[in-house]
Design a protein around this ligand. Structure first.
Ligand SMILES: [Zn+2]
Ligand SMILES: [Zn+2]
Length: 145
């Protein structure tokens, strides 16, 4: 009984091994939390790992909600490029949402070929510029995130 406060005091100075990265780190690298009985404990993973986990969880959640689809990539079955998912047209079916196998550009190209075989080149310049703007935007998000 007498020693319990000293023990706690000592504990706050101690080191702890992170259950995620396995590093032994000073206890202040672990976030404190209050458990149901009101006493203070430390989390099993260090701050850096928690941050990483939070970010992953966040991304997964956003991806599920479809908000952050921009971070998901898919390979186009036609041009074989790996492109952000927003470059693929979405369609809804009974079990959820799916994406087409070919990217918008390839689909557009196919439509264009089909419909205006002779005028295929007219809108090309605009498309290239739009694409370029989008890619710049996409890279910014990726590197900033
Ligand atoms: Zn860690
Ligand atoms: Zn494509």
């Amino acid at each position: 009984m007498l020693n319990s406060s000293i023990l706690i005091e000592k504990n706050t100075m101690a080191e702890k091994q992170c259950s995620v990265c396995g590093q032994v780190l000073p206890i202040f690298e672990f976030r404190k939390y209050k458990n149901q009985s009101g006493s203070i404990g430390h989390r099993g993973s260090c701050r850096a790992c928690e941050k990483e986990q939070n970010r992953e969880r966040d991304q997964r959640k956003k991806a599920q909600l479809g908000i952050n689809n921009i971070l998901v990539e898919k390979k186009c079955s036609v041009c074989k490029q790996i492109l952000p998912i927003t470059e693929f047209r979405r369609y809804e079916h009974q079990s959820g949402v799916g994406y087409r196998g070919s990217c918008r550009e390839c689909e557009k190209a196919r439509e264009r070929e089909r419909r205006h075989q002779n005028k295929a080149q007219i809108t090309n310049d605009n498309n290239i510029e739009d694409n370029y703007r989008f890619l710049k935007f996409y890279k910014k998000i990726k590197s900033g995130g």
